[in-house]
Design a protein around this ligand. Structure first.
Ligand code: TXA
Ligand code: MG
Length: 334
C-alpha cells in the first residue's frame, strides 16, 4: 500500500474505511498513528495483530474535540479539563477512568483510558469526518522505531494495512507526553514535547515521575508499556556514548574493521571510510524532530553498531534522553 496525499477525497475515503472496521495510518504532530474505530472491538484486534503488540498494552483514543472526553471517561477530574483546555489540540495524552461502554480491547483490559486530541490538520480533519474516537498506537511493528514520515509506515506495515494518509514529516518527532490523572497525585508516565514544568505550571502542583526499572519490571500499578526499556529500538545494536569516550571507542571499532553509525551531537571525528556519521542539531526541539528518521536511516545501512553521542542532561532533553535510553538499552557496554 503506497501512501496517498491527504487531500479531502483521501480523508473522506479514510473515514469510510474506518467505519468499515479497516485500518488507516495517519499523521499526527508527534508520530504517525495506526488508526481503527475505537468503538469496534474487532477492528481494535486487527491493530494488535498487525503490530505484533501484546493485547494487554492499551491504546490511545484520539478525539477531535475536548468535549468528547465525556464519551470515553468518567469521574473526570478538574485537572483533566484544565490540561485539555490548555494543551489540546497538542502532544499530551491524559489517562482517566474509562466509561463502562468502552471496549476493554482498547484499554488492554484496564479500567483506565488514554485520550488525546492531536494537533495536526489531517488528523483533525479525519476525526471530524469520522465523527468518533480513533484508537491509534504509533504505526510501527511492536518495539521498533516510531514512524515520523508516511514512507516509514509503508516500509514497515505497507502490506498489511488498508490506507496510509501522507501528511508530510511530523513536526514534533517523539510521542506525546502521558499524564496519569486517575490517582490522588498526577503522574508523568512518558516524557514528551510538553515538559513536566509546563504541566506543573497549569496544574499548580508537582508531577510524580514514574520510571521503568532497567529490567522492565513494573514499578507502579499503571505501568505504561511505552516505558519498557526495549521500546523504540533499531534492529542494529545501538549504544550511548559519552563525548569524552568517543575517540577511544571509535578507534577500537576502527581497528576491528567495524562499520559504525554515529549520531553525533558535538563530536567531530577523524576521517574514517567505515563510519556513517549524521550530525544532529544542537537544539532539543530540532533534535527530537529528526531523531527517529536518523536512527531509521542508520538502521537501514547494515552497520555493525550505531553509537549515539550523549545529549545534555537537562529538562529540555528529557524526552529525547528517554527515547535514546530505550533505543540503546539492548547493548550497554560500548
Ligand atoms: O504521540 C503519541 O502518543 C502517538 C500518536 C500516534 O498519537 N501514539 C502513541 O501510541 O505513541 P502508542 O500506543 O505507541 O503508545 C501509547 C502509550 C503506551 O505506552 C501505553 O502504555 C500508554 O500509552 N497507555 C495507553 N493507555 C494507557 C492506560 N490506560 N494506562 C497507562 N498507559 C496507557
Ligand atoms: Mg508506540
Amino acid at each position: 500500500m503506497k501512501p496517498i496525499f491527504a487531500d479531502n477525497a483521501a480523508i473522506e475515503q479514510a473515514a469510510k474505511l474506518l467505519r468499515q472496521g479497516r485500518l488507516v495510518a495517519f499523521p499526527t504532530e508527534t508520530v504517525y498513528g495506526l488508526g481503527a474505530d475505537a468503538s469496534n472491538a474487532e477492528a481494535i484486534k486487527q491493530i494488535f495483530a498487525v503490530k505484533g503488540r501484546p493485547t494487554t498494552h492499551p491504546l490511545i483514543v484520539h478525539i477531535g474535540d475536548a468535549d468528547q472526553i465525556k464519551d470515553w471517561a468518567q469521574k473526570i477530574p478538574d485537572n483533566a479539563k484544565k490540561l485539555a483546555s490548555h494543551f489540546w489540540p497538542g502532544p499530551l495524552t491524559l489517562i482517566l477512568n474509562k466509561k463502562n461502554s468502552v471496549p476493554s480491547e482498547v484499554t488492554g483490559g484496564q479500567n483506565t483510558i488514554a485520550l488525546r486530541m492531536p494537533d495536526h490538520p489531517v488528523a483533525l480533519a479525519l476525526l471530524n469526518k469520522f465523527e468518533g474516537g480513533i484508537a491509534a498506537p504509533s504505526a510501527n511493528i511492536y518495539c521498533r522505531i516510531s514512524p515520523t514520515q508516511a514512507s516509514h509506515v509503508e516500509e514497515e506495515l505497507g502490506d498489511t494495512i488498508d490506507m496510509i494518509l501522507d501528511g508530510g514529516a511530523c513536526r514534533v518527532g517523539v510521542e506525546s507526553t502521558i499524564i496519569d490523572l486517575t490517582g490522588p497525585i498526577p503522574k508523568l508516565l512518558r516524557p514528551g514535547h510538553i515538559s513536566k514544568a509546563e504541566i506543573e505550571a497549569v496544574l499548580d502542583s508537582e508531577l510524580q515521575i514514574v520510571t521503568a526499572s532497567a529490567n522492565g519490571n513494573k514499578s507502579t500499578e499503571t505501568m505504561a508499556p511505552g516505558m519498557m526499556p526495549v521500546h523504540y529500538a533499531p534492529t542494529t545494536r545501538a549504544a550511548l556514548c559519552e563525548h569524552d569516550k568517543l575517540p577511544q571507542i571509535l578507534n577500537n571499532l576502527r581497528l576491528q574493521n567495524k562499520r559504525v553509525g554515529l549520531l553525533s551531537y558535538q563530536f567531530n571525528p577523524p576521517e574514517n571510510r567505515l563510519m556513517h556519521m549524521l550530525c544532529m542539531p544542537e537544539q532539543a526541539e530540532s533534535y527530537a524532530q529528526i531523531l527517529y528518521t536518523c536512527l531509521r536511516e542508520l538502521d537501514n545501512r547494515e552497520l555493525d553498531i550505531i553509537l549515539i553521542e550523549q545529549t545534555p542532561d537537562t529538562e529540555a532533553w528529557r524526552a529525547i534522553n528517554d527515547r535514546i535510553k530505550k533505543a540503546t538499552s539492548n547493548f550497554k557496554n560500548n
